[in-house]
Write a protein that binds this ligand. Structure first.
Ligand SMILES: *[C@@H]1O[C@H](CO)[C@@H](O)[C@H](O)[C@H]1NC(C)=O
Ligand SMILES: *[C@@H]1O[C@H](CO)[C@@H](O)[C@H](O)[C@H]1NC(C)=O
Length: 432
């Protein structure tokens, strides 16, 4: 409530200010060097700085210098090239496209582990100033994955629309992990990293044990020890890379989800995504195909696909009970929950594999068929279908629970939303 009041007041003031200013001042250009602002996060006397950042309190200045180098590359990649709003701008000085400045350097503080037990980094906020800052435990200040994750939070905060929207809360972590993964493990920031003389050979930290091994969970679930929200970023990777060429998805989809969010609606991010889709590309189709592509991690992410090849034999796939004669029933503990799925590897016994699915739920089912080069996808409309499998091809059956969207808070999922969808299948030409 306090936030809403402050925002409303601020907009009233801003409207006056904007009317009184000449147009050039209303949309100023960012300076090459942002201004230092030691008031944000506490300041200090020991720091190094670059055009857009200050790094305080590291154990050595050379650590600060190397952090500044990769932060500047991240700034170049995400702010200059991909168009994220810079954390150098306050959320109180103009929205996207009508920035008035001033532009401040983002402060990063190296802190002892006791500062935040169990965490490597943390994004702090000066709510009055509308500016973020970062705290990073000494050991991780040189770790680009950790620091760029926190930088991702700071950009997300600067974008403002998802601030104080409870149902978007748990998505802050997959978004920050996605930003870090884009930076470290994909070609997205290669140009900026190369220009800064940085290595472009980082590894992905995709957690397949969780994303595939526990794919039955609610797609973003922030609850307790079994939560899967930090790990759920491959969904963002899929909708950004858009390997299915679905209209609406693509390179700017995440920014669109934030910028075109219904202001103060407290909608879930899936609602925001759904509003950007059109025609026969529904949110159910997008989620269903995401899971189908996770069968072989075919989401336009080379390092994630390589991680799957390396780890697949250790992943957990025990989703079904075998009732004999090709009939199987999902184990109740692994029945797919809201927008979750089961990925079921099949052993083919004939050249045609057929399935009939029986369920009272609403689901999207797909055969993922991997050949030596490409993987193809066969939609199982109405829960039934077949595919002809060539020698050397491998098949997985993917069943995603894709009902109508519901408003839910991933930190407090109701038993209804967390309820598994039971189903049984009849297979011919393969065993599960
Ligand atoms: C950084 O060091 C200064 C002393 O230079 C200290 O006052 C400040 O609390 C430190 N900041 C953090 C976040 O630890
Ligand atoms: C999507 O478009 C790209 C580029 O045109 C193409 O290479 C790819 O095969 C398309 N994918 C699908 C699934 O149609």
């Amino acid at each position: 409530m306090l936030f809403l009041t402050t925002t409303a007041l601020f907009f009233a003031q801003y409207a006056l200010l904007a009317a009184a200013l000449p147009p050039t001042r209303r949309q100023a250009t960012a300076p090459a060097q942002y201004t230092a602002n030691p008031k944000i996060g506490g300041g200090g006397s020991t720091f190094r700085e670059s055009a857009h950042f200050r790094v305080y309190n590291t154990t050595s200045l050379s650590i600060a210098d190397s952090t500044l180098k990769f932060l500047e590359a991240a700034h170049q990649c995400f702010v200059e090239e991909l168009g994220w709003r810079t954390p150098g701008l306050s959320i109180k000085t103009g929205g996207v496209g009508k920035e008035v400045g001033p532009w401040y350097k983002l402060n990063v503080y190296a802190v002892p582990p006791s500062f935040m037990p169990g965490a490597a980094g943390q994004q702090g906020t000066d709510g009055n100033a509308g500016l973020a800052y970062l705290n990073v435990v000494h050991e991780y200040v040189g770790n680009a994955a950790v620091v760029v994750h926190e930088f991702g939070h700071a950009m997300h905060y600067s974008e403002e629309n998802w601030v104080n929207q409870g149902r978007t809360g748990a998505w802050w972590e997959p978004i920050a992990n996605f930003i870090a993964d884009l930076y470290v493990a994909t070609p997205t920031c290669e140009k900026a990293k190369s220009a800064a003389g940085l290595s472009t050979n980082g590894n992905t930290d995709i957690n397949l044990q969780k994303v595939i091994g526990d794919s039955y969970q609610v797609i973003v679930d922030g609850m307790g020890d079994t939560a899967n929200y930090y790990q759920s970023w491959p969904f963002l990777s899929y909708i950004t890379n858009n390997p299915d060429n679905y209209s609406g998805l693509g390179k700017s989809i995440l920014l669109d989800m934030i910028r075109k969010y219904k202001i103060n609606s407290n909608d879930t991010p899936l609602h925001s995504l759904s509003n950007l889709l059109s025609g026969d590309v529904t949110i159910q189709k997008v989620v269903g195909r995401y899971w189908a592509r996770m069968a072989f991690v075919d989401i336009g992410h080379a390092k994630a696909a390589a991680a799957f090849t390396a780890q697949r034999k250790n992943l957990k796939y025990a989703n079904l009970d075998n009732n004999g004669n090709g009939k199987y029933t999902v184990k109740s503990a692994r029945a797919p929950r809201y927008m979750g799925s089961n990925i079921i590897p099949l052993k083919t016994t004939a050249s045609t594999v057929s399935v009939t699915i029986t369920s009272s739920g609403t689901y999207t089912a797909t055969f993922a068929v991997k050949g030596s080069s490409a993987t193809r996808y066969v939609n199982l409309a109405g829960g039934t279908g077949s595919v002809t499998v060539a020698s050397g091809e491998e098949v997985m059956l993917v069943i995603a629970n894709t009902p109508a969207l519901v408003q839910y808070d991933p930190f407090s999922i109701s038993s209804d939303v967390n309820k598994g969808m039971s189903y049984s299948i009849q297979l011919t030409g393969a065993t599960a």
